[in-house]
Design a protein around this ligand. Sequence first.
Ligand SMILES: Nc1nc2c(ncn2[C@@H]2O[C@H](COP(=O)(O)OP(=O)(O)OP(=O)(O)O)[C@@H](O)[C@H]2O)c(=O)[nH]1
Ligand SMILES: [Zn+2]
Length: 291
Amino acid sequence: MPLEGLIVAAYGKRYNVELLDGRVLSCVTRGKKVDNAAGDRVSVTLTANHEGVIEKTAPRQTLLYRSNAFKSKILAANVTQILIVLATQPSFYEDLLNRCLVAAEAAGIRAVIILNKCDLPNPQAMQKLHQYAALGYLTIQLNAKDSVESLKPLLTGHTSVLVGQSGMGKSTIINSLLPEARSKTQEISATLDSGKHTTTATHLYHLDSQSAIIDSPGLQEFGLYHINEADLEYAFVEFRPLIGHCKFNNCTHTHEPECVILQGLATGTIAPERLQIFQQIRAENTVQIYH
Ligand SMILES: Nc1nc2c(ncn2[C@@H]2O[C@H](COP(=O)(O)OP(=O)(O)OP(=O)(O)O)[C@@H](O)[C@H]2O)c(=O)[nH]1
Ligand SMILES: [Zn+2]
């Protein structure tokens, strides 16, 4: 009789599955298939004390993943919003921020941009934050070391995933939201003998019965090979009203006459760094692979 559960940790080829009664099992998938993630609802068969095999994955509401031409990796399943953590220092990669935004748009997930370490002033970072707020994104200024209260109302009723480069303050945010999360995870890891994986794993923590937060390891790269060209254009929110209005319907928005995207660039409604990242992702995704 399979048991229903929720993947609360993913590390390598193993997953911790929390059952309805609160027990946590260390599970593997059948065969070589490794395509589950934190947030997945699964059916498992118990194989030993504290161990199981994932038999089935319930259809996902949303799926967030990154990919290049050769492989793809699911970051989290069934999340309803993505919290992109930036900081005033060290400086953040705007490229990565935009890739996270594109992934969120493509998956139909709300994106929230958090600028952490606002106790350390950085006018440039602040100005960037305003630029993204002007695109319509919800932005938050935070000093996670001091308080994360301002985040709490945003998390209610959501399954959120925290993403960001290393050092932006994700762990600090999780620790302030859930002071006991780490020790609980360590306790479970000790039982399941998965202790050495705790830092590289993706973890799901319950905030209350309706809300959860998924903490992923620091991201450095974020390929979006799985997003086709039309979806890519659509993922840039400021392009949307312009799509279909270029003179050529296969316009690449690089050099063509009467290109409304290039006109937007000239008049300042499209930021050069946004068009640049669009072109960059587009170029990566159209690379020919020869076998
Ligand atoms: N001044 C200041 N420092 C902060 C703030 N939030 C976090 N830090 C510090 O920034 C450093 C990195 O924070 P972490 O929470 O470890 O960052 P992380 O994103 O989890 O990084 P990884 O664990 O490498 O993925 C630590 O030294 C924190 O104490 C903040 O709001 N203000
Ligand atoms: Zn064009």
